[in-house]
Write a protein that binds this ligand. Structure first.
Ligand SMILES: Nc1ncnc2c1ncn2[C@@H]1O[C@H](COP(=O)(O)OP(=O)(O)O)[C@@H](O)[C@H]1O
Ligand SMILES: [Ca+2]
Length: 512
């Protein structure tokens, strides 16, 4: 009895189903077509990569950096990245003061490496810059003629490379500080903020940029945006307009306060009270010995003020490995007696109250990283001091055995350098237990080294615009996503409308 009913309704159901199936299939096809069109039509064209080269001619050595960026995104923030670094063999260019003609040729090997990294057809349009820092500033003070000859030699070599030579010069301490600050804030993405990040920042009233602390061999720089700008020391203030926002930046570079020159200064002070040609030094490990020649010691502008005649030509230094004594010994480098401003760091130099987070790089990072003090969870000031104290107390033979792969020059000075870093930050700039953890020791940010070179190139190639460049309201991925979502909603609405108005029998039956 039931069978005829079943056979009578079956063909009707399958026709409706067929229609629905076809409709479903067509809608899916339409959605796929829409997505494909959205993805392919709006895909950015093949990337056109540009390159730039900067040589950082530091006091201890020269590094060559190759940067790359997509040509069409030149003015965005965070798009330029380091693709290569080459460490030049031998000393820094200021070390060629006696053989100035050899300064340029020392760079050839790294320039060749850059030629291999950058496609040949791009060589001619790739700018190359060389900036020399405190080593050359000191050489210029000591022997201007030699400094000029070193720069000429370097220029000759750079001009003979296949790149577009843009200059080789000694940059000022102010520039070094400012470009270091620009580099880290560019890499951290602090200049251009998306809408919601801007909003969050305004809610929390947190500082938008990070300060920069750079420690070299011959100079050190501190740069940050203070809370209040006082006009007391205009030579320490810089004004920038970047991506439509004004920044008033404090910066100071202390010549002779890089870690190598600070050690020379300390030894010059120690020598004042030396009774004979032997000196005990608490900043070197017990059992460590070093002999230094007196003939050139006071030629250096960093030590020449302490010049005195000594009845010996060589000084023998013997380590004592005593951190507390070393800190007291270093203290003498920071003269805190006279401050002609509302607040000072040391030597009568203006320093506004410290503000916000700081990125500490170059030798700040190398030293703290060696001492295992750069982990993500920041150490307290006491923990840092105690780690350095323990390291200084270790006998030299033990340290040498454990770190036999590390250059003796670096290894023997980590104790001094650690103590010096703490003295500079704590006594010099007056970081305290409270704000110590706002210092972040950084080697790299992404693939790029923290340092002044990237900021220098960004500035000289006009890659940081003063005004915010107009940008489409939506990013490419949000645009495609929104297109797809809208298409799906549209298809569903059409399908639903059709179902409601044509009411297929099967549904009518279901509803009733
Ligand atoms: N791996 C390392 N360990 C310790 N110190 C290092 C290491 N690499 C580089 N340095 C030191 O970092 C400092 C870099 O200074 P540099 O940039 O050459 O001088 P400046 O910036 O004053 O012209 C030097 O004192 C150098 O000895
Ligand atoms: Ca440097």
């Amino acid at each position: 009895m039931d069978e005829p009913k079943v056979t009578g309704t079956k063909p009707k159901m399958s026709t409706t189903r067929k229609i629905l199936l076809i409709l479903g299939f067509l809608s899916t096809l339409a959605a796929i077509a829409l997505i494909t069109v959205a993805v392919t039509q709006n895909q950015p064209l093949r990337k056109n990569i540009k390159y730039g080269i900067v040589l950082d001619a530091g006091s201890s050595h020269t590094n060559l950096y190759v940067y790359e960026w997509p040509a069409e995104k030149e003015n965005d923030t965070g798009v330029v990245q380091q693709v290569e670094v080459c460490k030049v063999e031998g000393p820094g260019i200021s070390g060629y003061s006696q053989t100035t003609e050899k300064a340029g040729p020392s760079l050839v090997q790294c320039l060749r490496q850059a030629e291999e990294v950058i496609p040949a057809e791009q060589h001619q349009e790739t700018p190359v810059y060389l900036g020399a820092t405190a080593g050359m500033r000191l050489l210029r003070l000591e022997n201007k003629d030699a400094a000029d000859k070193v720069l000429s030699s370097v220029e000759k070599t750079l001009r003979s490379a296949p790149f577009s030579f843009q200059g080789a010069r000694i940059i000022s301490g102010q520039e070094e500080g400012a470009y270091g600050w620009i580099t880290i804030n560019y890499l951290l993405g602090n200049f251009k903020q998306s809408g919601w990040k801007k909003f969050l920042h305004s809610l929390k009233s947190i500082s938008e940029t990070s300060g920069a602390l750079d420690l070299g061999g011959a100079s050190t720089q501190i740069t940050f945006v203070p809370d209040e700008i006082s006009p007391e020391s205009p030579q320490n203030l810089l004004y920038f307009r970047l991506y439509g926002k004004d920044y008033q930046v404090y910066t100071h570079s202390f010549l002779c306060y890089g870690k190598d020159q600070a050690l020379q200064q300390k030894l010059a002070w120690d020598l004042q009270s030396a009774e004979n040609s032997s000196l005990f030094d608490p900043c070197f490990h017990q059992g460590y010995q070093r002999t230094i020649s007196m003939s050139n010691f006071f030629k250096n502008p960093c030590t020449s003020i302490e010049e005195k005649q000594f009845p010996f030509s060589q000084l023998h230094i013997e380590g004592e490995g005593n951190y507390e004594k070393c800190r007291r010994n270093i203290q003498i480098l920071f003269n805190k007696t006279n401050c002609p401003y509302s607040s000072c760091s040391f030597n009568g130099i203006y320093l506004p109250p410290l503000q916000g987070d700081f990125g500490a790089f170059s030798a700040f990072y190398f030293v703290m990283n060696f001492l295992n003090l750069t982990s993500d969870v920041p150490f307290t000031l006491d923990e840092v001091a105690s780690a350095i104290q323990k390291f200084c107390a270790r006998p030299w033979h033990e340290v040498k055995l454990q770190y036999h792969q590390i250059k003796e020059k670096y290894l023997s000075e980590y104790c001094f350098s650690g103590a010096y870093i703490l003295s500079l930050l704590e006594n010099g700039y007056e970081f305290t237990t409270e704000n110590w953890q706002r210092i972040h020791f950084l080697g790299k940010i992404g693939s790029s080294d923290a340092g002044w070179t990237l900021g220098y190139m960004l500035n000289l190639t006009n890659m940081i615009p003063a005004e915010e460049p107009p940008a489409p309201p939506l990013s490419y991925s949000s645009y495609v996503g929104l297109m797809v979502l809208c298409s799906l909603v549209l298809v569903s609405v059409i399908l639903l409308a059709w179902l409601l108005f044509h009411k297929p029998k099967c549904l009518q039956k279901g509803i009733v």
